[in-house]
Design a protein around this ligand. Structure first.
Ligand code: MLT
Length: 267
């Protein structure tokens, strides 16, 4: 099913009576990042994906976005669909949104899955990199920016091993609205550091990272996992930063096992 909630394009698959999982994609991608997981999990779970404001098919508006606004958007999807205590799964920017959402209102969620993300905010160098990216989009366009950025997200072998997938994802990013992409960059640049809240996370948490993730390397994710009490950490082989796409079976199996173990009897 497809919905428009608060300007956001939302997609659901599976039986609403089942335990819900809400997936939050990374930057500068869209909800299709989770297609493989939705396909693998929809029989047993109610799977919800959506396009983050400004990206994919969601409303772009004036691009004045913050991480806080992205969190309110996530809550509005849950409220709009009347979903109680889903498992929240976010990758990279989706992970920033997830970590802040859990910091603000932990009682909304039953469990947390963090893929290829970090709790720290941008440091000074990171802020300059974001500013340069905005400048590049202003002067050369989105295509020039994503041509630099997207290859860094994948394992070096993925363009050769999975050319169809790589080209499909690349094509999605080239079509993104420049206002939405710049809005996401500003939201990431100005986001809050959530590291101190990690030790407050009481819910079962699964942490996944690509073995060759150059943007949020395994060491960063291991440190993050160590700060969360009930966390389980796995390195995803044959993957860079785009684990759900580069090694979909591994990621879907880990998610499935994590939910079975921690939420078995829940509908
Ligand atoms: C993402 O995949 O969402 C981005 O790499 C996040 C970022 O640029 O910090």
């Amino acid at each position: 099913m497809e919905y428009n909630i608060n300007g956001l394009k939302v997609f659901t698959e599976g039986d609403k009576k089942n335990k819900a999982i809400i997936f939050v994609h990374g930057f500068p991608y869209d909800h299709t990042m989770w297609d493989y997981q939705v396909e693998a999990l929809k029989e047993n779970y109610f799977c919800v994906t959506y396009d983050i404001r400004g990206l994919g098919q969601s409303y772009v508006g004036d691009g004045q976005f913050t991480m806080e606004a992205f969190v309110w958007d996530l809550y509005s999807v849950l409220d709009g669909l009347k979903i109680n205590q889903p498992i929240l799964c976010g990758l990279s920017m989706g992970g920033y949104i997830s970590l802040r959402a859990v910091e603000l209102e932990p009682e909304r969620f039953a469990g947390l899955i963090l893929c290829d993300t970090r709790s720290e905010g941008d440091n000074n160098d990171g802020k300059i990199i974001r500013s340069n990216a905005i400048n590049k989009i202003n002067t050369e366009g989105v295509e020039a920016f994503v041509s630099d950025f997207v290859p860094k997200c994948f394992h070096k072998d993925t363009p050769n091993n999975l050319p169809e997938l790589y080209n499909k994802i690349f094509a999605i990013t080239k079509k993104q609205n420049p206002i939405g992409v710049k809005g996401s960059l500003l939201a990431m640049l100005s986001r809050r550091d959530t590291t101190l809240s990690l030790k407050q996370i009481k819910m079962p948490t699964l942490v996944l990272v690509g073995k060759e993730d150059a943007l949020t390397p395994p060491k960063v994710m291991k440190d993050l996992a160590n700060k969360i009490k009930k966390s389980k950490f796995h390195i995803v082989p044959k993957a860079g930063h785009m684990t759900p796409l580069e090694n979909p079976m591994f990621v879907s199996n880990k998610i499935s096992k994590f939910i079975e173990k921690n939420f078995k009897s829940e509908k």
